[in-house]
Design a protein around this ligand. Sequence first.
Ligand SMILES: [Zn+2]
Ligand SMILES: [Zn+2]
Length: 369
Amino acid sequence: MERVDLYKALEVSKDASQDEIRRSYRRLARKYHPDANPGDRQAEERFKEIQHAYDILSKPEKRREYDEGPRTFFGSQGAGQPGGADFGDISDLLGGFGNLGDIFGRTAGTTRTAKVRGENITVTVRLRFKDALNGVTTRVGVPVEEACGECRGTGAAPGTAPLTCPECGGRGVQSRDQGFFALSTPCSRCGGEGRIIEKPCTVCGGNGRVRRNKQVKVRIPAGAKDGMKVRIPGRGSAGRRGGPAGDLYVVTRVEDHPVFKRRGDDFVVEVPVSFVEAVLGAQIEVPRPGGGTVKVRLPAGTQDGKQFKVRGEGAPRAKKNGAEKGNLIVRVGVVVPKKLKRREREILEALAEERDEDVREDLFKKVGS
Ligand SMILES: [Zn+2]
Ligand SMILES: [Zn+2]
């Protein structure tokens, strides 16, 4: 077999970067792929040549060996040599398709260097009614994952360093021939990390990451509702390999108030009124959610369950930064006295005689009797 220059075979210069080599290989492999050139022996030979050249030049160690003593890699002389390939057998050609994963899938070599974003973390913060209403700045414990300080995130015991995985050559994937195409699976030796740790850091157990309960200051806006989700960008777990941190989500749990029930941005309060107040009308005082009282006018003849709206006494609208407020809904409940003094009874008996009304007349009309 004649002498082949591997750089020429891949149409790159001797000082080409690994990236250039990969790009050129992909372009050529696509062009001379047997699928694209059925029955073309020349294309097939060229394809084998490209495969062989890439097999060596894509691996920095083999490439260095080749650069220093290229003779071992030439033609059939190279067969049986480290990194050499036997060109005579069709099964080798098919075996060479393993690298096609690089053409169609993502580049295997990027897996171990890819930036990884830190995970998002959701924490729940319990709020007192008043704090939710007025807004509050509070501290929450956030169980974040951070780079281990002992090993600076490498996972290797101080004084040692992770080794490039010998199984996958640091690529993090293994190619398994599956008929014509190859399947790339995460390397079983290193779990896809591309490196292995011989002496793990004792603090993080080789993980390179530690969980820590970090105290994060969180500002809860005035008018916060129960179940509200506040996003705090970048306060989740730290990223890996220079990736950005995840986000922190704070879910609010607001304690129930014995009197004020939240309904959207409104508060609803049930207020008892005496039957005399309901009948004659009255000005009554009702409690405000924020403290103190507010006056409400009941007209004469107020019915049980009637609702009155007190504008602007509800919750600050969190979405509008508290610039607007909801309303206070006052629902009156008429209280019927269970006991009467003698004088009261006399008055009411006189009233009954006076009114002589039939309040059920309508009811029976509707029934049709
Ligand atoms: Zn590996
Ligand atoms: Zn560590």
